[in-house]
Design a protein around this ligand. Structure first.
Ligand SMILES: Nc1ncnc2c1ncn2[C@@H]1O[C@H](COP(=O)(O)OP(=O)(O)OP(=O)(O)O)[C@@H](O)[C@H]1O
Ligand SMILES: O=P(O)(O)OC[C@H]1O[C@H](OP(=O)(O)OP(=O)(O)O)[C@H](O)[C@@H]1O
Ligand SMILES: [Mg+2]
Length: 308
């Protein structure tokens, strides 16, 4: 395999994703869904894209911002928390969050001992805060006029108070189970996070720019598909406008006069067939409202693909 050089002219796009960890598999699933194919072997960090000229780099999430800054990768899939930290601590400033990807939801929060009566940021003055995100934490403290010391740990942050290494923590929280298991409670949210697609500013030049456009276009399509459903129904002619108004974030519905089969062949049923692509949630409550508005034969169908 040729060396993975950064700045030589390239006509293939590179996407860096987490090799393992929480975002590795969902990132692979997303890239498969946009039509990328590659072969992986356990010891190979570079995966040659087989279907499209888009290659993958399988790395630790912390290394993705640096790879983007150095021009080794064109896109990276990582948590907003890591992107924000490396943007603030000066190791990879100026990277852009190009898309939010909807998986890996969590928040960066301050956790204090459960027994505390927390009244606000001023209470953190002079304390030691254990965190893997010292730059975000210090930035937040500064903005709240609080002087506190961060103790940087790369993992198992929540145990630091019981070990006497820190007074409080600032770490990622999802279910809150890890904080609870360590007799801590969340009191401040510094950042809402999820997996994002990050890139250096500007569009890559030449053929890589075209590949970048293609990747983004397909990603948008996949994201829209995930949020979309097709709804079909029959509606009395006089209530079509009312019903269309109840559809959640629908694109212009297709309306067709519905025929019914009589003894002498098809005749006008007085109903319209409606087919609508809905981008909002088609919940049971929405279906009940549509039924109350006279809709019959309500059916919700999944969407397999879409090109926007
Ligand atoms: N409990 C959680 N729930 C949901 N998402 C989370 C949770 N914890 C972390 N994440 C998100 O997943 C990302 C990756 O987390 P993971 O624990 O795999 O990172 P890591 O241990 O630093 O991995 P690596 O070995 O690549 O450095 C985090 O940066 C964050 O965006
Ligand atoms: O609120 P919860 O649902 O309990 O999730 C929060 C925990 O998840 C992450 O750690 P992870 O499990 O990835 O282990 P790590 O410390 O090795 O990264 C994070 O650092 C918290 O410790
Ligand atoms: Mg990491």
């Amino acid at each position: 395999m040729p060396p993975i050089a950064a700045r030589e002219p390239r006509d293939r796009l590179r996407v860096a994703i987490q090799k393992s960890g929480r975002l590795g598999d969902p990132a692979r699933d997303l890239l498969s869904a946009v039509g990328l194919t590659w072969r992986e072997s356990r010891d190979r960090l570079f995966c040659f894209g087989e279907g499209l000229p888009i290659d993958l780099l399988l790395v630790r999430d912390d290394d993705i911002p640096g790879l983007l800054t150095e021009g080794v990768a064109d896109f990276g899939i990582l948590g907003r928390n890591v992107l924000a930290e490396t943007g603030l601590d000066g190791t990879a400033p100026g990277l852009e969050e190009v898309r939010q990807l909807g998986f890996g939801p969590c928040r960066l929060a301050i956790g204090v001992p459960e027994g505390w009566d927390y009244e606000g940021p001023a209470q953190l003055e002079g304390l030691r805060i254990a965190t893997s995100y010292p730059a975000i934490t210090q930035d937040w403290l500064r903005r709240h006029g609080v002087d506190a010391r961060t103790v940087t740990l790369s993992g198992s942050v929540e145990i630091a108070p019981s070990l006497g290494q820190a007074d409080v923590v600032c770490d990622l929280v999802s279910s809150g189970g890890t904080l609870r298991a360590n007799s801590l409670k969340p009191v401040e949210t510094l950042l809402e996070s999820e997996a994002v697609l990050a890139a250096p500013p500007g569009r890559p030049e030449g053929v890589r720019g075209e590949l970048a456009d293609l990747l983004l276009r397909r990603l948008d399509g996949v994201r829209r598909v995930a949020d979309s459903k097709v709804l079909t129904a029959r509606v009395p002619r006089g209530r079509v406008a009312e019903l269309v108004g109840l559809l959640p974030d629908a694109e212009a519905p297709i309306l067709t006069p519905a025929l019914e089969l009589g003894p002498d062949g098809p005749t006008d049923s007085g109903m319209f067939a409606v087919q609508a692509l809905c981008h909002g949630e088609v919940s049971w409550a929405v279906l009940e409202r549509l039924k109350a508005a006279g809709a019959e034969g309500l059916t919700v169908l999944p969407v397999e693909g879409m090109l926007v």
